[in-house]
Design a protein around this ligand. Sequence first.
Ligand code: NAI
Ligand code: MG
Length: 358
Amino acid sequence: AATPSYSIATIPADGIGPEVIEAGVEVLQSLSQHLGTFKLNFVNYDWSSEIYKKTGRYIPDGGLEQLKKHDAILFGAVGAPDVPDHISLWGLRLAICQPFQQFANVRPTRIFRGTQSPLRNASTGDLDWVIVRENSEGEYAGQGGRSHRGKPWEVATETSIFSRHGVERIIRFAFETAQRRPRKLLTVVTKSNAQRNGMVMWDEVAQEVSQEFPDVTFDKMLVDAMTVRMVMKPESLDTIVATNLHADILSDLAAALAGSIGIAPTSNLDPTRENPSMFEPIHGSAFDITGMGISNPVATFWTAAEMLDWIGEADAAKYLLEAVEKVCEKGIVTADLGGKANTKEVTAAVCEEIQNNI
Ligand code: NAI
Ligand code: MG
């Protein structure tokens, strides 16, 4: 059979985005050359806050149609000091996620060998989670408005939207995710004591969908109590599903508990596969370290592995993660993980690990 070939769109965008995407592409190329079992073709899109400041738009006419032709999208980070965050987020990231119906945002977290959790008693194996975040509606549905702007009597609303269709598909996806993992354990997070409409519907839908997955154990948590459980009993959790807002917050906490925001990946998936899915490190554009050459590329490497897994190259994904973890074990890590290496050194070490040990 012919070697499969995948077309990957890269959107490095802002801040450290270009540095980490460059590192990610280098490692992916090294991997595909070395394995020889698949090919990757990269097409770069320069959509960014720079372009926005010049043209007033992040995505040009016809941009989404072009993007749709690719097998996957590798995204850096969007956000600039002189553009309001709600403009950059809605202008680029959500402008891709929402029309492409990437309704499942998947955020794995674990403590890599050779890295340390800020939790005193947690080490590799004690924290191994997948957070599934609803990515199309909820608190970020874009519903609401402002009246009497700037007046002392100004009012604003931010309405959460929960549709049965939207809740059901994310909860089913979460049960499927839990079912594929060894522990088959799902925690459904809501705030159904205080928010008695949408959140109560979540609980009911979870109960209904659970009937289809008799082999998956599921429990329910309120989001506030969940933060406590994540810190105090990390080993009691496996797969977690929550709303757009709740999971946004919980997954940053998860990344920090695993050691650094600099290692965590995230996938924006269209599980129907009608549209390409988008893969990105969880971190933002990190203006404080942009251009210093010290950003941790590991989040992007793990992101690249998630992408390979999704497009059907699961073995390559495993090789890549193994190489990254070996490099961490050797102590070749950036400052956010307590090391002295820079972005290029970590990238070179991962490429070397791929060339020598796979
Ligand atoms: P951030 O994730 O950019 O930075 C938070 C802290 O973590 C900073 O001290 C930064 O130096 C550090 N950090 C982040 N990534 C790192 C890496 N790879 N290696 C080492 N250290 C790293 O979050 P912040 O500062 O809240 O946001 C900055 C900008 O990024 C804002 O404009 C925000 O809207 C945007 N943002 C974009 C996201 C996206 O594109 N998906 C996600 C989060 C924030
Ligand atoms: Mg976030």
